[in-house]
Write a protein that binds this ligand. Structure first.
Ligand SMILES: [Zn+2]
Length: 257
């Protein structure tokens, strides 16, 4: 249970780090505003790095000219839709910048949108921040591996030893346990390691490095298991309750009433 809690916390942390909307909406009564979209690169809160597209939001049909501004200075001017401007943050000095637009409408009015504030990161700073995201993700992966291990441990403990009825058609096929030489189906929960698949044998309960066995090997192992089971005991067939009732009912006929 403790591991679930740890994984839960990791999940929440990761989603917080990954969910970083770039376009912050400025609260405004103005008819026009700008929004920033990250096309490729890094973005976390105010920090951005990479390829971005700045676009104008509002009634485009009334626009005569849009001038996109960086810190109040002209970046790019456009007189036809789409009113967007794509750029890479690396072309500008790193640090905090204000992005906005000046809109001239066909009826002669001029609006200046509220500014979006972003911190342009250098490529180096962005990759350092990215590492800050990847490390927790790595931790999450390890956590999931531990959980799947735990699940396999729990499920394999509950399973009864019914070797003969095991199907080996699964994705991972079957394996013959090197410890007790009985066949088992390789489970989904095993851990793939370079040298093989670490799994818990459902028969002897030992952790073994399993290797996919051929059908012939599996059949031979199953045959050996059946042979040893037969010499151990021949179970007496229990008389079923249903059969007893059917037998008894034979002595009743409708006329007995
Ligand atoms: Zn075994």
């Amino acid at each position: 249970m403790k591991k679930w809690i740890i994984v839960g916390i990791l999940l929440v942390l990761c989603s917080l780090l990954l969910a970083t909307p770039v376009s912050a909406q400025a609260q405004t009564e103005q008819p026009y505003r700008v929004s920033l979209r990250r096309d490729f690169g890094y973005g976390a809160g105010m920090d951005i790095q990479g390829n971005m597209t700045l676009s104008l939001k509002g009634d485009e049909s009334a626009v005569k000219r849009v001038t996109f501004l960086l810190d109040g200075e002209e970046l790019f001017s456009k007189e036809s839709a789409p009113f967007t401007f794509s750029f890479t943050t690396d072309d500008y000095p790193s640090g905090v910048h204000q992005l906005s637009a000046r809109v001239e409408t066909t009826d002669g009015q001029t609006f200046t949108t509220d500014a979006l504030t972003y911190n342009f990161l250098s490529r180096q700073a962005a990759s350092q921040s990215t590492r800050g995201i990847i490390l927790p993700l790595l931790g999450l992966t390890v956590g999931i591996a531990l959980i799947s291990w735990l699940l396999q441990y729990l499920t394999s403990r509950k399973k009864p030893n019914s070797g003969a009825a095991v199907s080996y058609n699964g994705f991972y096929g079957g394996a013959v346990c090197p410890k007790c030489s009985r066949p088992f189906a390789r489970s989904f929960f095993g851990m793939n390691l370079v040298v093989g698949r670490l799994e818990r044998c459902p028969h002897c309960g030992k952790w073994v490095m399993s290797r996919r066995a051929s059908l012939a090997e599996l059949e031979a192992a199953a045959e050996a298991e059946r042979a040893s089971a037969q010499t151990e005991e021949t179970p007496v067939e229990p008389r079923s309750e249903l059969k007893e009732m059917l037998d008894d009912s034979r002595y009743y006929s409708p006329d007995d009433r």
